[in-house]
Ligand binder design. Structure first.
Ligand code: AVI
Length: 326
């Protein structure tokens, strides 16, 4: 699975509900308990994530935005290469970062179509409406759905060279083995000459990382608790939010930044007609936000069968947008 920062449109509410129940019950019956962080992003979760990105402690967005504002010349140069291409963005969201690159590519007279992929049809409709107004001349062809399904649709759409954007350290929300498998699967969907532009949040002083997931205003805490609220709202849960405490951690050795919710009492919770028992101090693992060293990102590229073409860092050296070639 992968996390995605914009809400899932519910195409089929019944199917969605059943799937949500199954996933939640599977996680809460597992030892140790977990929930899938992709479910953070309902309408409320989207809003909270926007607030996280605007919070002073959450640096990844600012760092990557700096790269996309200040180094579009370099990015555009590597990505162009003469031949027309499809620029495919996985989890495009509102495209606030990529818009800088799109503008530069248009200025540089690159021949390309922008194919944003998002699981939310709503997001795709919005991009269709807004982008051509902001960037006259831009060709947009939004694709709704799962990343790899959509990549296959893109394949059918045209046989041009592909450049895939996967920004925002979304890859960090997969445990390392899953991220490795994801990159290999991505490689299998590409052909020699195709490129990937991937955003990685880098290892840095542990206090800086931890603070980003433990903001003083408590937005990240709310963001985590919102998933319990969502379960209450959508699948007949009765979590008492006062009985769970947000516990973010960062391990500089592994680079894993993990959040948990800790049960403050022995308690029973009802979800989808079933009863889940919690011991006092028992935790629910909520999310991993993996941090990498630059060397680890190069090893990631290699194990998936990519060559690293170039690397773009922000001035603090906290974030890396790396370009790989298949
Ligand atoms: C979407 N993703 C890259 C964010 C991250 O940093 O892992 C989600 C997030 N979780 C807590 N704060 C932000």
């Amino acid at each position: 699975h992968s996390a995605r920062p914009l809400s899932q449109t519910i195409e089929n509410p019944e199917l969605h509900r059943t799937q949500f129940c199954d996933d939640v019950l599977k996680g809460l019956k597992f030892e140790p308990k977990y929930l899938e962080s992709k479910y953070f992003y309902d309408a409320k979760g989207d809003e909270l994530f926007q607030q996280i990105m605007a919070s002073p402690e959450y640096y990844p967005t600012d760092c990557e935005m700096e790269i996309f504002r200040e180094q579009t010349g370099g990015l555009s140069k590597v990505i162009r290469d003469g031949s027309p291409f499809n620029l495919i963005e996985l989890g495009a969201g509102d495209a606030t970062k990529s818009i800088h690159l799109l503008r530069k590519l248009l200025e540089d007279k690159a021949e390309f179509t922008y194919l944003p992929i998002d699981i939310s049809g709503h997001v795709i409709d919005l991009l269709h409406q807004t982008l051509p107004l902001q960037l006259p001349g831009l060709k947009v062809e939004g694709l709704e759905g799962d990343y790899f399904d959509a990549l296959e649709k893109a394949e059918k759409y045209s046989d041009q060279r592909k450049v895939v954007l996967f920004l925002g350290s979304n890859i960090g929300n997969m445990p390392v083995p899953a991220a490795e498998a994801f990159c290999r699967q991505l490689r299998e969907h590409l052909s020699p000459g195709d490129m990937v532009l991937m955003g990685f949040d880098l290892k840095k002083h542990p206090k800086i990382v931890l603070a980003a997931y433990n903001d003083a205003a408590g937005v990240t805490r709310q963001f985590n608790l919102n998933l319990l609220e969502r379960i209450n709202r959508e699948i007949d849960g009765n979590f008492n939010l006062d009985q769970f405490e947000h516990y973010p951690t960062y391990d500089p050795e592994t680079g894993a930044c993990k959040s948990y919710l800790i049960s403050l009492a022995d308690q029973q919770v009802h979800v989808c007609g079933e009863t889940i028992n919690f011991k006092k101090d028992e935790y629910i693992f909520m999310e991993v936000s993996q941090k990498y060293s630059a060397a680890e990102t190069r090893a990631m590229a290699k194990q998936a069968g990519f060559k690293v073409t170039s690397e773009f860092y922000d001035t603090k050296g906290w974030f890396l947008d790396t370009i790989w070639e298949a």
